[in-house]
Design a protein around this ligand. Structure first.
Ligand code: HSE
Length: 345
């Protein structure tokens, strides 16, 4: 049995989802895959910071958040470390970066990832900022330090869009990727088809917890554009930036537009596309009217979907959740297992 010590940077929804999975399924993961994942440090801007080299019980962490609203009442040899002290000072093998996403600067998450890699620690992150903005540099740093960097949770939460494209479709020749990559906007468009107003649908998406802290990133297509950049760079060997993605959000779509599409047997979807055409890469996020027969047209609510058009297999489509506490916590688990598999070889 191999034990990996984890330091969690960020203990919001995703961190708690991960702790819940480790609490409930840790023994099963050990038995089936020969790996134990032990939390030794948690550092959260709001809830406090703890380090215990012999381990922090995920059940105790979760109970503290539920009962006290923070972690500061838990006894631990080290309390109050900031993220840098946690990353470099803790004896963790894997840094799990789950702080808030910033698609303008990528900070503070990019610094967290750099510190981790420079200290020779593996990284699993659900944070789109560092991966969309700085992946080439970080992947290079990981190679130099002989550690892994995994980021399944950055696209479609735990639905394995990245591992499928990168590992299972390796060699199949991905020539186009097209997907519904943002749950909030797909939820809003679906609700509008049922007659809800844009404002009511957005409010409900916020209540359900799909939307980003500032939902502008969702409705203007910025979140989806970040995912387009990540997919292009990780799966198609490109080096796109956010500015390379032609982007239109859904704020201009009215109930009349939705009705007109319905009358024509079509449906509006916010579609992210990456395509190689005549040797040139084209990337976009825009609302598109799809015929009901299109595989992406029937994907409703907060569900996401992605179609890989490949040379050898034709189209391969994956449908699944794109957000959520357990769903994104599971993305980290799949990254931890990927790191375990890479290190076994
Ligand atoms: N706000 C995002 C969405 C969350 O609605 O898809 C997952 O990145």
């Amino acid at each position: 049995m191999k034990t990996y010590r984890l330091a969690l940077i960020g203990f919001g929804n995703v961190g708690q989802g991960l702790a819940q999975i480790l609490r409930d399924r840790g023994p099963e993961l050990g038995e089936r895959y020969g790996a134990t994942f032990q939390i030794v440090a948690v550092c959260d801007f709001l809830q406090g910071s703890l380090y215990n080299p012999v381990g922090l019980d995920p059940a105790v962490l979760l109970a503290a958040v539920e009962n006290d609203g923070h972690l500061r009442n838990i006894e631990a040899p080290q309390q109050g470390w900031d993220a840098e002290e946690t990353i470099s000072g803790s004896k963790a093998d894997i840094i799990v970066e789950m702080s808030y996403t910033n698609l303008e600067t990528g900070e503070p998450a990019t610094s967290h990832v750099r510190w981790a890699l420079q200290a020779g620690k593996h990284v699993a992150t659900t944070n789109k900022g560092p991966i969309a903005l700085h992946y080439a540099e970080l992947a290079d740093m990981a190679r130099q330090n002989k550690v892994e960097i995994e980021a399944e949770g950055t696209v479609m939460s735990g639905t394995p869009a990245i591992h499928l494209g990168r590992d299972q479709l390796a060699g199949a020749g991905i020539k186009r990727i097209q997907g519904i990559l943002n749950g909030t906007t797909n939820y809003i468009l679906t609700q509008m088809e049922g007659g809800a107003s844009y404002a009511d649908a957005l409010r409900e998406a916020q209540v359900q917890g799909y939307a980003e802290a500032d939902p502008t990133g969702d409705v203007e297509g910025i979140d989806a554009a970040g995912k387009v950049v990540i997919l292009a760079n990780l799966l198609m060997g490109e080096s796109l930036t956010m500015a390379d993605v032609k982007r239109t959000g859904i704020t201009g779509i009215t109930l009349e537009d939705v009705g007109a599409a319905r009358a024509a047997g079509e449906r509006w979807k916010l579609i992210g596309t990456i395509e190689r055409k005549n040797g040139q890469i084209q990337a976009s996020v825009q609302p598109v009217r799809l015929p009901l027969s299109h595989p992406l047209a029937s994907v409703s609510g907060a569900t996401n979907a992605i179609t890989y058009a490949t040379d050898l297999l034709g189209d391969v489509t994956l449908v699944g959740p794109g957000a959520g506490r357990i769903e994104t916590g599971y993305a980290v688990v799949s990254d931890l297992l990927a790191i375990h598999r890479a290190k076994k070889q």
